[in-house]
Design a protein around this ligand. Sequence first.
Ligand SMILES: *Cc1c(COP(=O)(O)O)cnc(C)c1O
Length: 446
Amino acid sequence: MANCVYEPNRIVAVTNALNTNRSEAIFSAAKELMPGGVSSPVRAFKSVNGNPIVFDRVKGPYAWDVDGNRFIDYVGSWGPAICGHAHPEVIAALQEALEKGTSFGAPCELENQLAEMVIEAVPSIEMVRFVNSGTEACMAVLRLMRAYTGRDKVIKFEGCYHGHADMFLVKAGSGVATLGLPDSPGVPRSTTANTLTAPYNDLEAVKELFAENPDAVSGVILEPVVGNAGFITPEPGFLEGLRELTKENGALLVFDEVMTGFRISYGGAQERFGVIPDLTTMGKVIGGGLPVGAYGGKKEIMSMVAPAGPMYQAGTLSGNPLAMTAGIKTLELLKQEGSYERLESITQRLIKGIVQAGKDEGIPITGSSISAMFGFYLCEGPVRNFEEAKSADSELYGKLHRAILEKGIYLAPSAFEAGFTSLAHSEDDINSTLQCFQECFSEIKK
Ligand SMILES: *Cc1c(COP(=O)(O)O)cnc(C)c1O
């Protein structure tokens, strides 16, 4: 395989240098067994052409495929791998926990431990409920919004993704945006009639929705930094404005921090931007690579959740000891002095280098990062919402994706997903990645 990590001065291969025979065989069998051959649509390579790479194992910043190729990974299992894949301390803690059993179906002390860590870290959270995925957390928080306010409608933003529950599949981001799908069939119109949408970063639009739906809106839910429509940051005053508008209208403000939680800072985007929502959803990082989601907020609101209150929500595997252990260990690692400074600095160097490399080749490009999250669009920019994101050259992104994959860099197979770095990405990894970008931009502009 052509891998510029080890051969920085070699001549760039123009043809398919990557041996993917086993990946191809496994994926071809998978397509007969599972819809589209994948367990989640975002893993397919539909929007970048070609077939997905089948992974064999992951470690630190790297992934190895079944053909023995090694990639520097900027997907990080779509968010959880912020300490690097298979961190030795997480693995050791899991091995120890495994001996005591994988699921109790009864309270375990580890739940208290992780709950205390989450409550201490995230400003808005006084009480938390663990679930098994980000989707579950968002479904539950929506029910809680309606239960608490006695109102049925919700305001979301175009290009934001809050999992695949019915009410959120309206102008959704992530795989829905990547595949260019209309809102999903199978979602009753009566359900989505309660979902109002506005362009991201547009306070006026939200104001209008409140005015058109007096006393009917339970709340506003958003990704405080968008990672499911590419990478879009909130403009100054946007989050603050939403805080005021929701308060004025007796509605709740909900930050979906499934992606940004413990990634934008230890206390999430709410800590970084100093805007405190009423409720927060989490996932990805807090599970340390095992399935965990969570929702939490003010005690007064969370006390409505069963069995403390009447709003029903439950889960057979929720709070299971393995998932709690991986989460606790991951947060302990993140809490160590200097973690976020390091993540910020390598990610900034990466994105600045990518944007410069594109510009040097005359390719229209705009990009940015916050902490360990980054993204770039192949257009002039600025990109402030999903509509503007769609003006990026997705065909060119497809070419870039393939070219850089062949050099051993694994990017999200979509122009509409944020990239992720981890504590395991070294300066050398960043350097070789940037060299690959330079070579690839030069190849694809022709
Ligand atoms: C990933 C994600 C979800 C869904 O989480 P799953 O664990 O995939 O169900 C929800 N909201 C945001 C912001 C996400 O990034």
